[in-house]
Design a protein around this ligand. Structure first.
Ligand code: TMP
Length: 198
């Protein structure tokens, strides 16, 4: 058991995860905690392959699921676990549930995706930023879209995330609200979790 605390921020593209994860790290540091921001896909070897595949057509979703799982194990071994062992609070912008949601949809085999990711520990706290797919796409309109940025697809991914909310693995926050309001909700959830009341 590691001494630190792993917080994962999840959501479909455009839900504001990166902004909120960085605000959270700043807020935690301001309260005297040692906190660290990290993200997936990583800048490691598998993450780089995944990013280079994001705009290509005809990629086998099973192969991609394997790469996301490999990237995660590398992330855990080289970044997350050592920081947790030093007692830090690690805030990851996407983690395990990104695969459980996205790859369950792309491969159509949630059980297999769960199995592939069996060696990735669950986060201590998983926060899901909920946003409708059409709102997500209108936020992303201005930039080039990857294969993952299609309305039907994102709505399916959203439903998968909501299943994990229903199972109590993720806590849902409405991400359609202004950034500051979303953040104060996140801060409350984190405060409660750190006091042991998750
Ligand atoms: P990003 O836009 O947050 O950098 O993520 C890149 C894309 O990778 C995003 O569309 C979601 C996708 N993704 C997965 O499909 N599975 C995963 O396990 C992760 C970490 C990301």
């Amino acid at each position: 058991m590691s001494a630190g605390f792993l917080i994962a921020l999840e959501g479909i593209d455009g839900s504001g995860k990166t902004t909120q994860a960085k605000l959270l790290v700043k807020w935690l540091r301001g309260r005297g905690f040692d906190a660290y921001y990290t993200y997936e896909p990583t800048r490691g070897i598998f993450g780089r392959i995944l990013r280079s595949m994001a705009y290509k057509r005809g990629v086998d979703p099973r192969m991609e699921a394997l790469l996301f799982a490999a990237d995660r194990l590398q992330h855990l071994e080289h970044v997350i676990e050592p920081l947790l062992a030093r007692g830090l609070i690690v805030v990851s912008d996407r983690y395990l549930h990104s695969s459980l949601a996205y790859q369950s949809v792309t491969t159509g085999d949630q059980g297999w995706v769960e199995e592939l990711n069996r060696f990735a520990r669950r986060p201590d706290l998983g926060i899901y930023l909920d946003l409708g797919a059409s709102e997500s796409l209108s936020r992303l309109r201005k930039r080039r879209r990857s294969r993952f940025e299609d309305e039907d697809f994102l709505e399916h991914v959203r439903r998968k995330y909501l299943e994990y909310v229903d199972e109590g693995e993720l806590i849902k926050v409405n991400a359609e609200k202004p950034v500051a309001e979303v953040f104060s909700e996140i801060a409350l959830i984190v405060e409660r979790a750190l006091k042991g009341g998750r």
